[in-house]
Ligand binder design. Sequence first.
Ligand SMILES: Nc1nc2c(ncn2[C@@H]2O[C@H](COP(=O)(O)OP(=O)(O)O)[C@@H](O)[C@H]2O)c(=O)[nH]1
Ligand SMILES: [Mg+2]
Length: 329
Amino acid sequence: MPTNLPPEYFDAEKRYKAAQSPAEKIASLEELIGTIPKHKGTDKLRADLRRRLSKLKSSAQAKKGTGRQESVFRIDKEGAGQVVVVGPPNVGKSALVAALTNATPEVAGFPFTTWTPTPGMMPVENIQIQLIDTPPLNRDYMEPEMLDLIRRADLIMLVVDLQTDPVQQLEEAVALLVEHRIVPRHLQDRYAQQRGLTFVPFLILVNKSDDEDSIEDFEIFCELLEDEWPMLPLSATTGRNLELLKQTVFELLGIIRIYSKTPGREPDFAAPFVMEKGGTLEDFAGKIHQDFVKNLKVARVWGDGVYDGQPVGRDHVLHDGDVVELHTQ
Ligand SMILES: Nc1nc2c(ncn2[C@@H]2O[C@H](COP(=O)(O)OP(=O)(O)O)[C@@H](O)[C@H]2O)c(=O)[nH]1
Ligand SMILES: [Mg+2]
């Protein structure tokens, strides 16, 4: 990367990295390209970014256009994590996705209303997590592409209905997924001998736990289960425990938020970089740009376990909320 880029470049780059929707990405990338001074030293960078811009534009176009559309089950990951919402019919999957995100999937009192997956973004503090509403699990036929979508997910939220035999719903749904080689990560030791499995973290959402009266039913449900599950009683209708759900998803995704800072300026707390828990300073530099990894001279960190602005090495482990200033010269 050219070393003489102006501070506006890094500000614009932050906005670009934090952009969620294709439209937002395109707009912020155009802005980013506009901040680069035109001379020989920046030719390559400008060419690279313009190539990325035209790719973004054509894939956004392809999505809008009719005809040769890609599979509806191929949903690009957006935001800090992709979470699929699965379960039997009529348990309230669509109602939950509608309550938690900007999406408006159809909610109805009869089964099999949702035929195609519908993504929406769930705001959790200052980040967005993608939720995908899906057609019901069905023993007779599972769309292979729907199974791939589930396999690729960062987290599976399995919804059951507290008011309609939730034990059977949970056991049947898990059995069906395991038959398709999708295994709850916390049970992976049991499957150590088998090959070709995908282990994905699960969270069981016990929906229609509308109010305090449902607590006893929920406790009975828990006692009847053979295994321990990460689990939350909640209600799409009354909103019970929906805030707790957001925090739980954030924790289960195993992610942290890091704020990048330009020397002499305040960090932008509205636009965190999201990375995996346990990530190091070097991982963070790589998220910003590979050249930062190569040319990194000093980094200063404000946050957990350091004094303000403490210089740290490449293998310093970062924590949620840390502010980092990278210096390449
Ligand atoms: N009492 C109650 N009903 C709910 C709740 N969530 C959804 N429902 C109802 O359950 C039915 C099925 O909901 P829907 O979201 O379409 O289920 P899906 O088939 O799993 O997507 C609808 O009549 C909803 O109004 C809830 O938390 N409490
Ligand atoms: Mg539905």
